[in-house]
Write a protein that binds this ligand. Sequence first.
Ligand code: BGC
Length: 745
Amino acid sequence: MKNYLLSIVLLIFVFSSCKENKTEIKTAAITHQKIPEPIPFNAAVFNKKIDSLIALMTIEEKIGMLHGNSMFANGGVERLGIPELKMADGPLGIREEISRNSWATAGWDNDFATYYPAAGAVAATWNPELSYTFGNSVGQEARARNKDMLLSPAINIIRTPLGGRTYEYFTEDPFLNKKLAVPFIIGIQNNDVMACVKHFAVNNQETNRGTVDVLVDERTLREIYLPAFEASVKDANAYSLMGAYNKFRGDYLCENDLMLNKILRDEWGFQGIVISDWAAVHSTVKSLKNGLDIEMGTPKPFNEYYLADKLNAAYKAGEISEEEINKHVKRILGVLFQIKAIDGKNRTKGSLSTEAHFQDSYNVAAEAIVLLKNDKNILPLKVDGIKSIAVIGNNATKKNALGGFGAGVKTKREITPLEGLQNRLPKEINIKYAEGYLERYLKNENDQKEKVTLHGPTTVNKLDKATLDKAINAAKNSDIAIIFAGSNRDYETEASDRQDLSLPFGQDELIQKVMAVNPNTIVVFIAGAPFDIGSVKDKASTIVWSWFNGSEGGNALADVILGKINPSGKLPWTMPKNINDSPAHATKSFPGNKTVEYKEEFLVGYRWFDTQNLEPLYPFGFGLSYTNFEFSDLKTNKATYTEKDTIQISFNIKNSGKIDGKEVAQLYVSKPNSIVKRAAQELKGFQKILVKSGTSEKVTLQIPAKELAYFNVIKNNWIVEKGTYQLKIGNSSRDIKKEISIKIK
Ligand code: BGC
């Protein structure tokens, strides 16, 4: 964390306050906050108080704490001053209040919240300080809504681009994942609210998520799927985790002794609580003994939960001891004391939907947008002389705070791309909006009522002639055309995986037809996951990638298009040319049926593409800027290190262009002639840095040599292999600028 000492206010360009919408959002006033150390958590300090409460509790009261007594809270013990533990989804911001007994809205009018960019966007910032800003901001909102636990962050590895929750997760890479998860959790928990890190673990697909048994070898588990969870516990002191729906090596994750007792507690020293995903529990005694603390679920009488009346019966039958029950109650009391929910003085009060939080949301959004192509330098758009702009595509007006299956945010502000342009463009420019494609779905045979569908929505891909004609006309008769395509949160959704990578709703045809009539066409994708945009890449000169990008997403996008923000986002995953190039698909090991075996092993994401020498459509870590950066003077502080050392790597980045900009320097490491099978290269460090036009900045990365270790299954331990390593600095996984070798002795 000490790497990120840029705790100053960085002004990239001129301040510009917007004219409309009364928003005070400042363009490019991106505040970098120093990431604090996590608050110490030692549950034992509360032991005395916990023991005296336990001594006063009946067995029924104890059991009441171990299961939901409403949709988003367990039972409290009012007479002893033990409150319910109140939870809220989730990763996009604080979900609206749900009824106590069903998924219906509680109908409040004071639960409007800030809609923050989805995790994919956070990852695309490659900026841990912004991840902290986000966590801290949403943590304040959680407190303002009087919550004790935020069901966030969601940090499962993106194993397949088709995963329905790709937009909700950060990345395909375990290093980037942990570097973003840790500050996010610290940010949330700084506000006397627990982060609930989910979904523990190997929950990498939605298809059959409630039943599928994930078979993943030990080395892959340790190197790819667990590091961010481990760092959440060890480096961020996460107070809670959510057990996943699926099985792992034969046992459901909410009753998985290996994961919950042995790895999480015995190995990592976790002292917090494990709650179940909603309706992910399948047993009483086994769940409790194997490490689950609270069962949460979907509507049915709460006393029918596995950890309710059934637990009482098991206790009475002598199948489970009071001591075992006490163990779980104590853990819950420990975290309630820690967040000052019991006995708390000066607990954070928080604030909701404030201008400051919209600014936080804007800051993340602005740094998340990725420039994919700018061959004719159309961007940044020079408005002088432009009289008309055709804004085309349903995504220009589509809102994504809500939608699909799963948690969204009820918000008073979601600036769409069209509104962003209206806010930011000079009034004289005539904006002609045309919907272009219609968002239409075929009813899936299996899509209703079932919690999990076999596959995601089926779309109608034939364009509507009248709608298309209007778009073509608008494009033909405008100086510039901007198409907003991609997907939305009804199409990318929890509980199902997408069927393929194709652009929905006939967008490919629309884009080609608009480009044919207007050579100055900018294509903007808004999506949370990779799509097949190969034919667009072939023909378009200008491509921008944005996300489900929060309350201020439209303003941020307009600021990038107009050059008030110099884009600095980088893809947090590989965009394949073809789905069958992706590792889970190339190995025919997705989605499985009763079991899914991760046959690609640790070659997930770019590790696979680089090792197999497969060219992706866009590589991991890729993103252009409106300026150019040059890397030079790569050095290490020594030539040879021991495994206990920290490798210090320094280099210069020069901004040789005309405007200021931020670059993400990425360090990839290879181990030539390794004694074990390895990926061609792995990300082991990165830093985002502002470099002013015409100047250079020196970057120094500190890489503990132990980061170079692989997991040795025989020794059941991390081993730093001796010998030569190749350190490569670049600005994407496929654009390595300089290399240097070091030795580990
Ligand atoms: C999701 C969780 C979510 C929970 C409560 C489940 O379906 O998997 O991520 O927190 O519902 O809404």
